[in-house]
Design a protein. Sequence first.
Length: 181
Amino acid sequence: MRVDRGWTLEDLSAAAKVARSTISKIENGQQSPTLEVLQRLAIGLELSLSELFNDTLETVPPGRRSVLRANSGPVMETKEYAYEALAADLTAKKFIPLRMTIRVKKFEEVGDWIRHDGEEFVFVLSGEICVYTEYYQPSILKVGDSVYLDSRMGHVYTSIGPEPAEVLLVCTQTYFEMDRA
């Protein structure tokens, strides 16, 4: 998308507030972006996060819907998480639905708190997770459990058990809209 716009790495770096070297490493498959970096790149490119996952950008009329067959959404991988974009064909959504696979087992593996503007809702689909938040004790969530949180508060999700956990993650687009205004 950067190249299609005729932008240099420096152009995107300035627009997204992400280091040029980080963008280069992501583009060359040498580094996996965090959700925060993905959000900054989306802002810099003036896209929603779902548009960043989808390479066909078009305006969609009102009264729209999106049907997605199991395991067929575009996927963005990081070392800790995999995000499958749901309803990625719809642009200008008010929230971002993702199926997230949580592979990370320990908070220390993430390195630091994840923070971004907006809110998010997580519903556990399989496995068990530990939700670490900056101002609360960690919470263990099992299948069918959920958490809703202010994403400005530091937070990290880890999987408990031998297999990765899967959750439905729904984020608001507040983060994108504030920086575009």
